[in-house]
Write a protein that binds this ligand. Structure first.
Ligand SMILES: Cc1cc2nc3c(=O)[nH]c(=O)nc-3n(C[C@H](O)[C@H](O)[C@H](O)COP(=O)(O)OP(=O)(O)OC[C@H]3O[C@@H](n4cnc5c(N)ncnc54)[C@H](O)[C@@H]3O)c2cc1C
Length: 412
């Protein structure tokens, strides 16, 4: 990969603002199509490898296939990818439990728990030399006309301009690209934080993930390497501030209480906890995926509650669909920023995003609702799930990222 120089008036096929997981994956794919790519990232890219170790992601089986195609899965697996072979769902006080097994979806694992830093590091190691990287650099302004987009970016030693036929906003939830293009978004703040940490349980996890639905929100235990779990503990702002301050012993005692007896039977308590980090939970979806010569991907287009672990998995499917539309333009010798490319992309992403929104926000609303009829219904639902094979299959295929099978092995 090359480093962009201030003052150059560079002309590219594609400029990607935001070099997080979605932007970096797209940069690799677009460059391999033979397109000239600029990647503009606000942070030092080298610091990505040191991103907090407690930040992990559950990748679906479909996302693993995507990363295999990019040629980075082996490095991620070597750094540590813990398979999820079974998911166990329960609710304190509700005797119904649901267990879903990888064999029912006919896959090696329902998902893989990986560190964000390992995925970013593998993507940047695989970045083609000719991708022009501007980092740390901030997008300042943009102007669009029928032929292309002019961007102004700010780096430590001054401002520079570059041009592209297609601008991709991969700059996260607060996307500046989205705002500068006048694209609205809708959503809400969940008024909840996710406390993330790794804990070592007394009982080995045997590759089983647990999700415990409590009134404040879910408490998830994702199997990690070295017998640990990564927890995502949903807390009100007040509890987040209080629990975040507890010493390790008090923290683990609270965790055991919150996990409840149902979970204790599986986990058997905890012996240690690593560093903790807090993330605010928000739901935000763009009103449009595209504008003239502009496409949004990843969190810039949609930010989901992590209850179902769908955010990045959805973002990688954006990358797949946009890459396919771009590849068709390249094959036909056409402009990658043409309306036909953007229309194809927008159409594909609307359906998938709507279905993941219903799944994710619906799951959260269903399980965080204390109204008696809703409690009774979910109690019956959990108890009867084993007798509802169609519903089980639907849940499993979503968990494994197979429901929206836009990506299969060898398809790109
Ligand atoms: C606690 C938690 C748990 C999660 N668990 C899961 C999970 O299990 N599975 C899953 O699939 N998803 C999960 N997610 C969601 C997932 O982390 C996100 O969907 C994913 O990281 C988004 O990647 P992105 O590249 O789209 O955006 P980001 O990671 O936000 O990257 C955006 C990049 O743009 C850069 N940027 C921003 N503004 C500018 C600018 N003006 N100029 C230049 N650069 C800019 C930023 O520096 C950043 O590097 C979880 C999220 C949280 C908070």
């Amino acid at each position: 990969m090359a480093t962009g120089q201030v003052g150059q008036q560079n002309i590219h096929d594609v400029a990607i603002v935001g070099g997080g997981l979605a932007g970096a994956a797209l940069a690799i794919t677009a460059s391999r199509m033979g397109l000239s790519v600029a990647l503009i990232e606000a942070q030092w890219v080298a610091s990505f490898a040191e991103t907090k170790p407690e930040r992990v992601i559950a990748l679906s089986y479909g996302s693993r296939c995507h990363l295999e195609q990019l040629g980075v899965w082996e490095a991620i697996a070597r750094a540590g990818a813990a398979p999820i072979r079974k998911v166990h769902v329960c609710e304190p006080g509700n005797r119904g439990e649901v267990g879903m097994h990888r064999g029912e979806a006919d896959v090696e694992a329902l998902g893989y728990v990986v560190q964000n830093a390992h995925v970013l590091s593998a993507l940047y190691k695989a970045m083609p030399q000719d991708v022009q990287i501007y980092a740390p650099a901030q997008l300042q302004s943009l102007a669009v006309d029928t032929d292309g987009v002019q961007l102004s970016i700010r780096q430590q030693d001054g401002d520079s301009g570059l041009q592209a036929r297609l601008l991709v906003g991969a700059d996260g939830t607060m996307s500046r690209v989205r705002k500068l293009c006048g694209i609205g978004s809708r959503g809400w703040d969940h008024n909840r934080f996710g406390l993330v940490a790794s804990v070592t349980p007394k009982i080995p996890h045997h590759d089983v993930a647990h999700e415990c639905f409590r009134p404040d929100g879910p408490l998830a235990f994702l199997p990690l390497d070295a017998g640990r779990y990564s927890i995502v503990w949903t807390l009100s702002p007040r509890d987040a501030a209080r629990i975040g301050q507890l010493d390790d012993a008090a923290f683990l005692r609270w965790l055991e209480i919150e996990a409840g007896q149902e979970m204790q039977a599986h986990l058997g308590g905890f012996v240690s906890v690593g560093p903790r980090a807090l993330f605010p939970f928000e739901y935000r979806v763009t009103e449009r995926f595209t504008a003239q010569r502009v496409a949004l991907i990843g969190n810039a287009a949609h930010t989901m509650h992590p209850v179902a672990g769908q955010g990045l998995n959805l973002g990688l499917r954006d990358v797949t669909d946009l890459s396919r539309a771009m590849q068709r333009a390249v094959d036909g010798g056409r402009d990658v920023g043409a309306p036909v490319v953007l229309e194809e992309y927008a159409q594909k992403r609307c359906v998938d995003t709507a279905s993941v929104t219903v799944f994710t926000e619906g799951l959260n609303a269903l399980f965080c609702n204390e109204l008696l009829p809703v409690k009774l219904a979910r109690g019956l639902g959990m108890a009867g799930m084993d007798r509802l094979p169609a519903l089980r299959r639907w849940l499993l295929r979503h968990a494994a990222g197979l429901a929206q099978q836009v990506f299969t092995r060898g398809s790109v």
